[in-house]
Design a protein around this ligand. Structure first.
Ligand code: ES4
Ligand code: ZN
Length: 324
């Protein structure tokens, strides 16, 4: 089964490019760019990756991203992830990036986007890997600031398929960004949002009803509402579940307590993703392997999860057909 998991071509739909920054590249970029970070070696960095919840991770994740300054840094970051895609047999990937993490440090939207985009173009040329870019708004910031980021996304629309919402969930419900997402929708962007990672089902309901999301990122708290479960099933709204992330951020105590198998058995459109693999102990195959080993997944379950990943991707019918 592990060989099957590794050999199946897969799509990844929930991946923060800043979350693929491996300790080695972090140290190299810190030196290259003369950025001070509180670590001198890889072991120090790995020791800092002990999280108690989402916020404890985000604090370290934003600090790590401070080494990314130039277009070539974003290229290196993305290219390293592409090499992991090759390793993991990921043939299509939809990548989040957080412009505001960079613009607030004086690094332009254009610089980050261009570095990422160039690496993705090379990934297509070199390996045939297809991809989409999704811009995420940081929900701990106010809506006014996010409008500036949306305006930049509109400027580079040809390179951006959609917009999402990430960062500190508790206390920052989707309804805070109603007007922002109304405008994004009118501009023709696909819409996703992190919802029901740590916060309750009302955040998932708001993401659906107010932001009108086409996929829910995480969504694992949906199980606390029978009515919501029924709706997600009927409408086949994709959930981009991230098992390693949920364990590392203590959403579930351990892999045996993860609910992905229950969600799948109920008939939800569930996918498996790696979220921030450099921080959460493993890339996509490792996420599949961890749930397979702990939750008695069958071969049919694995195949269904992989098929869901292509069916839920923002790709046209012809490419979907080719991949399925
Ligand atoms: C994130 Cl796991 C997670 N949740 C919310 N926002 C994020 N940004 C990067 N990883
Ligand atoms: Zn995420």
């Amino acid at each position: 089964m592990i060989e099957l998991i590794k050999s199946l071509p897969k799509a990844e739909l929930h991946l923060h490019i800043e979350g693929t920054l491996e300790p080695k590249l972090m140290l190299e970029l810190a030196q290259r760019n003369s950025v001070e970070i509180p670590y001198t070696n890889i072991e120090d960095i790995q020791k800092a990756y002990e999280f108690t919840n989402l916020q404890s991770f985000l604090d370290i994740y934003y600090a790590g991203a401070s080494v990314l300054l130039k277009e070539e840094d974003f290229y290196s970051l993305t290219w390293e992830y592409i090499l992991k895609c090759v390793d993991n047999n990921i043939i299509h990937t939809e990548i989040f990036f957080d412009p505001q993490t960079h613009t607030k440090r004086g690094v332009s939207f254009y610089t980050a986007l261009t570095g990422i985009k160039e690496a993705l173009n090379d990934a297509k040329k070199e390996f045939g890997i297809t991809s989409n870019i999704i811009v995420c708004f940081l929900r701990h910031l106010d809506q006014e600031e996010c409008f500036k980021t949306l305006d930049e996304a509109i400027e580079y629309k040809r390179d951006i398929i959609g917009v999402g919402l990430d960062s500190s969930e508790l206390g920052n419900p989707p309804s805070k960004f109603k007007e922002l997402f109304n405008k994004a929708r009118k501009e023709g962007f696909k819409i996703v949002a992190h919802a029901g990672e740590e916060a309750d089902v009302s955040y998932i309901q708001e993401a659906l009803d107010i932001l009108k999301v086409q996929r829910v990122d995480h969504g694992v708290q949906a199980m606390h509402s029978k009515a919501l479960m029924q709706r997600l099933k009927e409408e086949q709204i994709p959930l981009t579940v991230c098992p390693n992330s949920n364990i590392e951020l203590k959403v579930f105590e351990n892999y045996k307590k993860h609910n992905i198998k229950e969600l799948l058995d109920f008939g939800l459109n569930v996918t498996v993703n790696s979220d921030d693999p450099a921080y959460f102990k493993g890339y996509l195959n490792q996420n599949y392997i961890n749930i397979y080993e702990n939750l008695k997944l069958s071969k049919e379950d694995i195949v269904k999860l992989v098929k869901n990943s292509f069916n839920s991707a923002f790709i046209d019918k012809a490419l979907k057909k080719e991949y399925l």
